[in-house]
Design a protein around this ligand. Structure first.
Ligand code: 4NP
Length: 157
């Protein structure tokens, strides 16, 4: 049962150390700048990195863009997230499918891809930088920055 009235959004990826913490960081910055109260969190479908800080390359990219994500710690998606949040935004189709597999019958959260919110990019995946070069993190920030801007625009109504 939700106790709060502000919008609550959960960003989801696989490990919760690259894409979703960057999305959380971008959204935190965008909502703060807009002066809109929101409850923001991120999680991974996998449990390999539970308790870990974001990948150092993700932290560095966030810092370059003016956001500090160093205090975030990875956690795994849980069934209660489907009633604790209004919206769960997955980085890619695999994350979406894995989330659907544990979605409880009483789920109230909307579940979609992050880039479904960005006009012209519906159905696309957020750039996955984990196995690539450092430049990939810049592309990831660009993607999640667009998602954050779309969220703020829709929260403004
Ligand atoms: P993320 O990236 O899902 O964006 O946090 C990954 C992090 C870790 C792994 C894969 C992707 N991994 O296989 O450990």
């Amino acid at each position: 049962m939700r106790e709060d009235s502000q919008i609550a959004i959960l960003f989801l990826c696989l490990g919760n150390i690259c894409r979703s913490p960057l999305a959380e960081g971008a959204a935190r910055a965008a909502f703060a700048e807009a002066g809109i109260d929101a409850r923001l969190d991120s999680a991974g479908t996998g449990d390999w990195h539970v308790g870990h800080a974001p990948d150092p390359r993700a932290q560095a990219e966030a810092r370059r863009r003016g956001a500090d994500i160093s205090d975030l710690r990875a956690r795994q998606l849980r069934r209660s997230d489907f009633t604790d949040f209004d919206l769960i935004l997955a980085a890619d189709e695999t994350n979406l499918r894995d989330a659907l597999a544990i979605r409880p019958p009483d789920a109230t959260a909307d579940l979609k891809l992050m880039l479904d919110l960005v006009p012209g990019r519906e159905g696309e995946s957020v750039t996955d930088p984990y196995y690539g070069a450092d430049e990939g993190f810049g592309a990831t920030w660009d993607d999640v920055g667009a998602v954050a801007a779309a969220l703020v625009a829709s929260a403004r109504g």
